[in-house]
Design a binder for this molecule. Sequence first.
Ligand SMILES: [Zn+2]
Length: 732
Amino acid sequence: MVALENSRVRMAFDSHGRLAQLLDARGVARAPIDERALTEAFIVELRNGAGEVIHVSPQRPPRLDRRQEGQAQTLVCTWELDGPWGALTVRTKVTLPADSPVSEWTVDIDNRTACALWQVAYPRVSGLTAFPPADGPDWLAIPFEMGEKVPEAVAFVNNRVKMIDTWARSEYGAYDVEGKGGDIAFSYPGMWAMQFMAYGHPSTGGLYFAAHDPQALYKRFGFYADATDGEHAAMVLKQYPEDRTAAGGRFRSFYPAVIGVYEGDWWRASDIYRAWALKQRWAQRGPTRRRTDIPAWAKELDLWYWNWQFHNVGHPDKVVPAIAYLKERFGAEVAFHWYGCNGEQFGSGWRTPEEYPDNRDIRETLVRGVRQLHSLGVRCIPYINARLWNPNTASFRQADGMKWIATDEHGRPAHKWGALGYTMCPTAPPFHDLIARVTNQMIDGCEMDGAYLDQISSCYSVPCFHRAHGHGPGGHDHWCRGYREMLEKVQADIKRRAPDNVITSESVIECYLDLLDLDLAREISGLKSKVGCPSALPIPMFHSVYHDYHMTYGTVQTFKQTDMPHFRFAEALCLVGGAQLMVSGFFAGDEAKDKFRPHLDYMEALTRAHVAGRKWLNLGVWKPPAALRCDSVEVAYWPDLPPKTGIPVILNGCFELGGELCIVLVNHTAQAREGTLSLDPKAYGLDGAAFELWSLGPGAKKRLVSDSAGALEWRVALPPASAQVLAIVPRR
Ligand SMILES: [Zn+2]
């Protein structure tokens, strides 16, 4: 064994250059690595002239070279490899800086073959087992969209029950899932919104696995079944050369993979990532509260109205009265996410992304509706698809659109999305021009307040191999760079028209945060697992890193949901997770229908809570939920799947802003509930000799505790299906 060690972490490698031990200095957080089940340190994939992929992995132990470089300890492993395909030198380097909880891993490959370097799987942390039995399961936290935690992930990837149908695979980006049936493996940029995952047990801590890549290059992350015994898994990063088709040459990692340990629950891994992430270019405009490019009205929103997911009714007569009703009844700030505003059936897609209503009657009806909304103080944005281009449009033909679609390595269309059209290469200038034009038209001709640009923030990336697009064949930087160029153009155009205009996109991803005003992150309330694990739970993982840097809104639910325990639990997740709320599937006249009364009553309670905690919920730093002792329930969510178990009857979310902490509580059950909240303000970073506890709503603002020097303990009692907002402020 060769060890690298500092004040925070100890790691040891076997003679094959494989990570065999990883633990924190106190020995509390220990990666569960079974040294007897270790597999390859790396797998290089070569692609020969005939298009065949050849897997090359270590043939013999490497030369190990442990060094001290300044304050850092390093381990360089060198392998000489050869075969019928030629010869390779693979040199890996692990660097452990002083006092850092994480190490940096890079690889350097001298390719003396006639093959192209197609893919490099490095690092591979293999031999992973379940954590030792303790109170509750271990979890893999993954940044799939907003985030999900998968219990007993090693068992899951080895014994998966498939439950994602073809449509969902496409819609939710599982399209690019790879490996064997159960593997949890996705591309970034894509459905993975950030470049890390955390495998741990909440009672101890776990393994932090990341790429710290400022360019957001195309890569893949995965948690794979490994060692073929059904009992082990490997965490793997897959990285790529700039040109995946060029024979020979040299590859050096463009960024380090980062591996280390964290103590505590999954959000402690987020702390490590956040320390790196906030230094990247997408965070350089600062936190939302300081960004002058995001209009004040967006920072003050409580609720969005969405007319999709139930009926595709976009006519102003059906939606404007419903929005007016919600705004007045809830006493909240509301905006409108408008599908099918142009008189067409949303989803037919025959003109994608052309949204502008060329018919004058439709346009004038729409403008009247927009003006009514503006008179109510409601902003509205139309749906525009900013990824797909339908070949049956004049704009596609005039721009010679086939030259700009994403193509695979054989020169064929890489991806067509049903009837909506081709996935365009994000670097395509004519497509940038088109999206800017359509967005501008909706502002200039329809008086909209910007646009929703669907499928940009989170949709699986499609590596493009087109040689005339000005990017490396196989992707490299094309996804992030291309969309950034498009969004920069759109952003400049809309803000020039009026600083109050906004652009938003679907789901979340970090690498465009400076170019968008908000994002539709509705999956924060989605109980159906995106990786197919019935007992997985949605977590606000993205918010745990970026909440104060990016606002999100939305829900996957509609008023069509008649299972009220499911509805209430899911909407509670939106509020305590720190999203702006949403009402969907509710139209003019529905306010008089008895069947919607429970939905309206509950959404009013949550929305009024959002109003009371608005500044924290929109602008605050996400903090871990407070310890709250209360009963638990099961929540059924799908007819043929087991219920979610162990769900606290009172959920809470905590947000810090200006040295004050807001705690949002929701009783999502149909009974009155009580619980005991315990929280040490100083452990949450608040500064003061003593603290006051306030109730901000419902009802008048009221001081509950006037002078508490240490940890606060407070008995909470919530009526059925209700919310309460508390604040802890330093005593002045
Ligand atoms: Zn391309």
